[in-house]
Ligand binder design. Structure first.
Ligand code: SF4
Ligand code: SF4
Length: 117
């Protein structure tokens, strides 16, 4: 399961530097698979999606900080608990029911993005 940021976000920015997968972006910013990962060029993700890691992707939100579901591992592989939720002052980082994944799948994502760790 990925984490999602709700519209209660106050845009404080505390979560962004805490994400080990660089899955959190400021509203209206472009995002890339390669940001903060070892991903590079054209590739197929573990979920079967073909992507270009270097290509700028459209922001998921224009108003508030957002999390890229394909990059979020709930911090599995790095930490015991989601770091964004741990630091968020208004508790608006919550499980995303639309992106439910088992722990093994989350660990597979983490290893795919960070094979050197
Ligand atoms: S749960 Fe962890 S990996 Fe997912 S967005 Fe939050 S800090 Fe990043
Ligand atoms: S820590 Fe919470 S309130 Fe601050 S930017 Fe992140 S999600 Fe928004």
């Amino acid at each position: 399961m990925a984490i999602i940021i709700t519209d209660e976000c106050i845009n404080c920015g505390a979560c962004e530097p805490e994400c080990p997968n660089t899955a959190i972006y400021e509203g209206a910013d472009d995002w890339r698979y390669k940001d903060g990962t070892s991903l590079d060029g054209k590739l197929v993700l573990p979920n079967g999606k073909s992507v270009d890691a270097d290509e700028a992707q459209e922001p998921i939100s224009d108003e508030i900080y957002y999390i890229v579901p394909d990059k979020c591992t709930e911090c599995v592989g790095f930490h015991e608990e989601p770091q964004c939720a741990a630091v968020c002052p208004v508790d608006c980082c919550v499980p995303d029911d639309d992106h439910v994944e088992e722990k093994e799948v989350l660990l597979g994502k983490q290893k795919f993005m960070h094979p050197e760790d």
